[in-house]
Design a protein around this ligand. Structure first.
Ligand SMILES: Nc1ncnc2c1ncn2[C@@H]1O[C@H](COP(=O)(O)OP(=O)(O)OP(=O)(O)O)[C@@H](O)[C@H]1O
Length: 574
């Protein structure tokens, strides 16, 4: 009974020890129990002997009693020793952890956070004697400079994998990169980096991360990063890093670039104003005009000018009401979000998603553009070749704050481009070329193509001018024809079924604006350029019907845009 009670008293101790010392404490108990087990059979056998051989019991009782006693003592000692060892070990581990935690610091970087990219870029620059570790490298496939300094070769970055060690400002740093071949359930790649500094503190980690950012910014200071959605449309990946395009490399009519640059500057530096006035801190631009008039080039030049990246949202790639918010949220903060050919979104979608449940509705798009989840500081640029096909709801102020018209090449643009392409000694040709091209619809892209063909023989320009005009006219006519057919098909298809009502609205609303399908761009030297609120002092031009009247500064074309939501109650100034 004593022994049993002793055993019982051990079992609660076991629980306590396990709680304190974990596995190691448990080891002690096992040894203790072992000692007890050694004693128990002896006791049991002796008890049996007692019942059958009382005499022997009397004779041997002192010897057996001693043995039992020794074994119990032995078991208890073993138990206590191992318990103490387990306890010390667990305390030691805790103390070492405590010391280690005081002496090392780890930052966990994950893709697609920009820091992950910055750090890898910086790390890839260190692949020499300054870095020790596995010699395995992976190719940076999701982020590469497609334009190198010499303009030709792809600049592919080799990135370290596994564990790397390096010294940074006298501190030992380990970098563990885990490369995932699969994506996690939400589609985000699991690639991660653990950057650990030994003997340092948080400041060293901060410093190394800042160095990485600085390196990346310097490396890419003359570049514009272009992001696109991955195949599954769940995260943004950098698909290209292009040389920055200069603002004056896009030839536009006077003051257009200047107006947009000023507007963007006011926006970028005006966060406080937006916060103070309660106006959502975002800005939308609509660039509209015929194909090849420089809309995309202009966006690139604005991104370059303000050191922004570009995130191109290809609406035909699996975007629907359910994911559009998070897609917009996830895009880099320092980016210009571009929706290209916005007029074509629902045409393509209808064809592509006939069988699918995940659709992007017109209202879904509108909500994503200016809904609650729309990110703070977002700059949105939409492009279209067909302004007349856009619903006023899509381009109303708040969604689109500035409309910029691009047009066929004007005399001014022809002159600018000519001067950029050809030597001064040929500049006398400009007037003759201008007078020939006048009254013809020539896009700046076509003009550029023609100039490039004759870049070494500008004297051939005049003799080939008529052919060039004929070719451009035929291209424009054929484009118009295709556009008209597409529009007819589109209107017919939406009339024929009960497709999403809001989409219907989008299309039908615009049938009344233009049902002939021809583009409305007529070459006009007085052509409108930047559409902005008519009164530069105040945007509070609402009439009694709560409509804001927007007017084209140059040709007095009127746009009335109904204010909806919160905006109706606010006064705004620019
Ligand atoms: N105004 C311009 N100034 C300088 N280059 C131009 C201009 N317009 C077009 N280009 C040149 O023509 C090509 C096509 O231009 P871009 O893609 O910018 O036109 P776009 O208006 O976006 O056309 P689309 O509507 O078809 O997308 C580019 O190589 C660009 O450099």
């Amino acid at each position: 009974m004593n022994i049993e009670s002793t055993t019982n008293s051990i079992i609660p101790n076991n629980d306590i020890i396990s709680g304190v010392g974990g596995g190691d404490g448990g080891g002690g108990i096992n040894f203790g129990l072992l000692g007890m087990l050694f004693g128990a059979p002896l006791l049991g056998s002796n008890s049996n002997n007692n019942s059958s051989n009382n005499n022997n019991y009397n004779n041997n009782s002192s010897i057996i009693g001693n043995n039992q006693y020794d074994m119990i003592k032995f078991g208890i000692i073993i138990f206590l020793v191992t318990w103490v060892i387990g306890l010390i070990k667990s305390y030691l581990i805790s103390i070492i952890d405590l010391i280690k935690n005081r002496f090392y610091f780890t930052a966990h970087l994950t893709y697609p956070d920009s820091m992950f990219i910055y750090f890898l870029e910086w790390l890839s620059s260190k692949q020499d004697s300054t870095i020790i570790g596995t010699r395995g490298v992976s190719v940076m496939t999701r982020y590469q400079n497609v334009e190198s300094e010499d303009g030709g070769q792809m600049d592919i970055k080799l990135l370290p994998t596994g564990t790397q060690w390096l010294w940074y400002n006298g501190y030992l740093i380990s970098i563990v990169r885990v490369t995932a071949s699969k994506r996690s359930f939400d589609g985000i790649k699991d690639d991660s980096l653990d950057v650990t500094v030994y003997g340092g503190n948080k400041n060293i980690i901060n410093s190394i991360l800042e160095t990485a950012v600085e390196y990346s910014v310097t490396l890419n200071k003359d570049k514009t990063k272009i992001y696109s959605l991955d195949q599954s449309s769940t995260f943004w990946e950098c698909i290209a890093c292009q040389n920055k395009r200069l603002v004056d490399s896009v030839f536009l009519d006077e003051n257009i670039s200047e107006k947009v640059v000023n507007d963007l500057t006011n926006f970028i530096h005006g966060k406080k104003w937006y916060t103070d006035t309660g106006v959502p801190y975002r800005r939308g631009y609509l660039l509209y005009g015929p194909p090849g008039s420089g809309k995309t080039s202009f966006i690139l030049s604005m991104a370059g000018n303000f050191g922004k990246s570009i995130s191109i949202m290809n609406m035909s790639k699996g975007i629907h009401d359910g994911n559009i918010h998070s897609i917009i949220q996830k895009c880099n903060k320092d980016t210009i979000l571009v929706l290209e050919d916005i007029d074509a979104v629902f045409v393509k979608r209808k064809n592509n998603s006939a069988a699918g449940n995940d659709v992007l509705t017109f209202s879904g798009l509108l909500n994503a553009i200016d809904g609650l989840a729309s990110s703070d500081g977002r700059i949105l640029m939409m492009t279209t070749n067909h302004l007349e096909r856009l619903s006023p709801a899509l381009i109303r102020p708040g969604r689109i704050d500035l409309k910029v018209k691009f047009d066929y090449a004007s005399n001014h643009q022809i002159e600018l481009m000519f001067k950029r392409f050809f030597d001064q000694k040929y500049h006398y040709l400009i007037d003759s070329i201008n007078s020939k091209l006048e009254n013809h619809q020539i896009s700046t892209a076509q003009l550029q193509g023609w100039f490039i063909i004759h870049r070494n023989s500008p004297l051939n320009l005049l003799p080939t001018c008529d052919d060039f005009i004929t070719q451009c006219t035929s291209e424009t006519t054929s484009n118009d024809k295709i556009t008209k057919e597409m529009l007819d098909d589109e209107i017919k298809s939406y009339d024929d079924d009960d497709e999403e009502e809001s989409i219907n609205n989008n299309i039908k609303l615009n049938k009344k604006y233009n049902s002939n399908g021809n583009n409305n761009y007529q070459k006009d030297d007085k052509k409108p350029s930047v559409l902005s609120p008519s009164n530069s002092e105040s945007l509070d031009n609402r009439n009694d019907d709560n409509e804001e009247i927007y007017e084209d500064n140059n040709n007095n074309e009127l746009f009335d845009c109904k204010y909806t939501g919160n905006s109706t109650t606010r006064k705004r100034k620019v």
